[in-house]
Every structure is written in C-alpha cells, then in structure tokens.
Design a protein around this ligand. Structure first.
Ligand code: C2O
Ligand code: CU
Length: 430
C-alpha cells in the first residue's frame, strides 16, 4: 500500500516450466510463477495500481475481466505491453464484491496466451459482503476453483484443434488451479467454491454425482439478491459462479462436470464437447466438521439496470465470420454509447455452433432468454453469457463512463479461438 492508500500489485509475465505430471517438465507461462497467477484482492472504494512487466519474448496485454474501469486501463488489444516493457494501469474499485479475473488479450493471440497459463483471479470485497454469514476464509472454506481443460502431448501442452472442433481447442482432462486430479481436505460443513471457467473453448455443467443441491450465491459480477438452490450450474468460457455446498463428515464428494442440457444440436453435443463429463475436484471432508452459518436468505442489493429505462437498442448477430457480418477491425469503432444511459442489446446465435458474449466494463442484466424470463443462474450480475445455437437473449447494460472517445472497449465471443478469429467488436463511451 502506498502513502495515498493505493493498493499496489506487481505482476511479471514469464515463461517457465511446470511439473504437472511427476518427473515431466512442461513449458508454460505464468504471472510471477510458472503457471497461472496470484489471486489479487481489493475493496470497493480502494485505489489500485498494478505494475506489470512483460518478461515474454512477444507482446501481450492484461485485461481485467469484469472490472468497471476507464477504457485506457482495460488491458484490451489496444493496451499492448511489448516484450521487456512495463505497464501500470490504475483505477478506483467502484463495484460490488465479486469474483473477477485477469488474462492477456493481445489481438489474435489471446487463446495461445491464456492456454499457456496466463490467468488469475481478482477478488473484490465490500462492506456488506464482509458482514454476511457466508464461508469467507480464503483457502479454508472459500476455495478458488480455476478450471481448465488440457491435453498433454508428451511433455507439452497440446494446443491443436481437432477436425470438427469448431469451438476451438478441447482438452481430454481438466485441472483445477493448475493441478491434475486435485483434491482438497475441508473442515467445515459449508464450502464456498468460486468457480471460474478459464478454459479457452469448453463449457461445463458443474454438479455432484449424488445430484445434491447447492446454493448459487454469486454470478460473474457479484452476489445475487438471494441464494438460488440448484443441482447444476453451466459455465461457458470466462463465466464465474459462486456456489455454497454442504458436505458430510468423513465423506469424499466429487465436483463433476456433466453432459449438458442446453448445448445445441447432436453435432455440437458430440464435437463441441457437450457430451463430455469430467471429475473436476474432490472434496475430502474431515471426520469432524466445524458448523457453518448460512447461507443467509438475503445477499445483496440489486444494482442492475432493469432495461425499462433503455434509450437505445442494438442487435448483435453472432456468426463464425464475425458480428453482424463484420470481423474485428482494430481501426473501426462499431458503436458509440452515451455515458450515463442504459441500452438493451439483443444477441442472437443462429450459427449452428455455440458462442458466448462478453462485454467489457459493465455488469449487465439478462432480461430475456428466447422471450422468457431468465433462469435463476442468469439473474445475477453478468459480464459473459452463454448463447447456444438457436438462442436470442436480451441484455440491459448501463454505461456509467468515464467518457473517452478515443479508446474503445471490446465485446466478443469468449470462446477464445472465435475471439482471435474476429468475433469481436469495439465501442466507445462518450
Ligand atoms: Cu475475458 Cu475481452 O475478455
Ligand atoms: Cu464463438
């Protein structure tokens, strides 16, 4: 912490080697360490500054996924950090407690940089969330769960896309926090899992083999107004969910990803990974468990726009060839929004393959899915939403600025191969 109260973080992007499998050293990239990055954490209202140095041999960038901040600090493809250079964005945290994350966003190279290991969590806290009776001892009953799928090609991490995998690279096993076959010993009755799908293309449907219920307490941008009880939660690349699950003394329970209901047609189920299932993380409960409070009936005040106040609508048609027929162009601004206004964006996918949709700078409300009210898992603050083939979604987004007519924010498909191929556009706030 600096004299004026600014919280400072240091990140160094570097190449290294990681021993995922005993005795096998795999070339990887990481922030500070050799794979993934440290969990950063800050309070609402706090000033933060991150000093990033690029120790790689190529240019990259670091984007704060889910963070509301000035466009110049966003870390998108315009805020390049050259090899050997540094970048020190700073901003004031002005949004509710949430599980956000950070990852590179270099133009056309995002998939490769994330897949090699450049990703980390950025947790935000606020006064209200600090007082809630929710599990909140980090690493004890509040566990980060960064899920990635990988395939090993000898000692290397494979990155090739198989024929017909038009979603991008799909691995044949998963890791949590960079660990294969992970397990975690727990000593509390209620365990909060902060799930991040940090995979580049794969969508998961998380749940437990005995179909036990859990409480969804948070989505991408923070806590729900009240917990939603369910037995599966689907996350496409970039999405987060905070769930609270009850464990019984002495049991071992596997967090699993199941074949997915709303994934698309039989072709996508098969070649896009919708039929796959993985054992993701084993929780091993101690013989005696500490009693846990909660979850409470009420979690957070709503801060999302309703959509009724919208001054403008826009349409986004997702296709392999781009959005609304246009592929990403770094020199073209696709939209201008007015600071302080709410818009309703309609996202449509008739492309025959799954896509999702991520918007920088804002947390939005999902207003409608195919003309109906959204399911409970889509009722919280979102910055990324899964849009399977045949779906139309309406989102309400409020842009609070600051204005910067010269620096765009991005919106794009977060299946990173699709993003790199140009399913992305840019908007400015004026
Ligand atoms: Cu998580 Cu534009 O990205
Ligand atoms: Cu896509």
């Amino acid at each position: 912490v600096e004299k004026d109260g600014t919280r400072v973080f240091d990140l160094r992007m570097r190449a290294g080697e990681t021993e995922f499998q005993d005795g096998v050293r795999t070339p990887t990239w990481g922030f500070n360490g050799s794979y993934l990055g440290p969990t950063l954490r800050a309070q609402r209202g706090e000033k933060v500054r991150v000093r990033i140095s690029n120790g790689l041999r190529e240019a990259s960038s670091v984007h704060w996924h889910g963070m509301h901040l000035p466009a110049r600090m966003d870390g998108g493809p315009h805020q390049t950090i050259g090899p050997g250079s540094t970048w020190a964005p700073h901003w004031t945290v002005d949004q509710p407690a949430a599980t956000l994350w950070y990852h590179p966003h270099p133009h056309g190279r995002t998939e490769a940089h994330v897949r090699r290991g450049l990703a980390g969590l950025f947790l935000l806290d606020d006064e209200k969330s600090a007082r809630l009776p929710l599990p909140k001892r980090y690493g004890v009953d509040d566990l980060p769960v960064v899920v990635q799928d990988v395939r090993f090609d000898g000692s290397r991490l494979a990155g090739d896309r198989k024929l017909m995998q038009n979603v991008g690279f799909l691995g044949d096993r998963t890791m949590v926090n960079g660990t294969l076959r992970p397990h975690r010993r727990v000593h509390d009755e209620l365990i909060r899992l902060r799930l991040l799908n940090a995979s580049t293309a794969r969508t998961y449907a998380f749940g437990f083999p005995d179909d036990r219920d859990f409480s969804l307490v948070g989505t991408d941008g923070g806590l729900l107004e009240r917990p939603a009880v369910m037995d599966r939660v689907q996350l496409s690349p970039g999405e987060r969910a905070e769930i609270v699950v009850r464990v019984r003394a002495g049991e071992r329970v596997m967090l699993r990803s199941f074949p997915q209901g709303n994934y698309g047609d039989a072709w996508q189920e098969r070649f896009g990974g919708g039929d796959d299932s993985f054992d993701v993380l084993e929780l091993r409960a101690a013989e005696r468990l500490r009693p846990s409070p909660g979850p409470p009936a009420e979690l957070a005040e709503p801060e999302l726009p309703s959509g009724e106040e919208a001054v403008r609508g826009r349409h986004f048609d997702l296709k392999r060839s781009g959005i609304n027929g246009r592929s990403m162009d770094m020199g073209r601004i696709d939209g201008t929004v007015t600071r302080g206004t709410t818009e309703v964006w309609t996202i449509r996918n008739t492309n025959g393959m799954p896509h999702n949709f991520h918007v920088h700078d804002v947390q939005f409300r999902v207003v409608e899915v195919d003309g109906s009210a959204p399911p409970p898992a889509l009722r919280g603050p979102k910055d990324t939403v899964f849009v399977p083939h045949g779906t139309t979604m309406k989102l309400a987004l409020r842009f609070t600025g600051p204005a910067d007519p010269d620096t765009p924010y991005m919106y794009h498909c977060h299946l990173l191969y699709h993003e790199d191929e140009g399913i992305m556009g840019q908007f400015v706030v004026v």
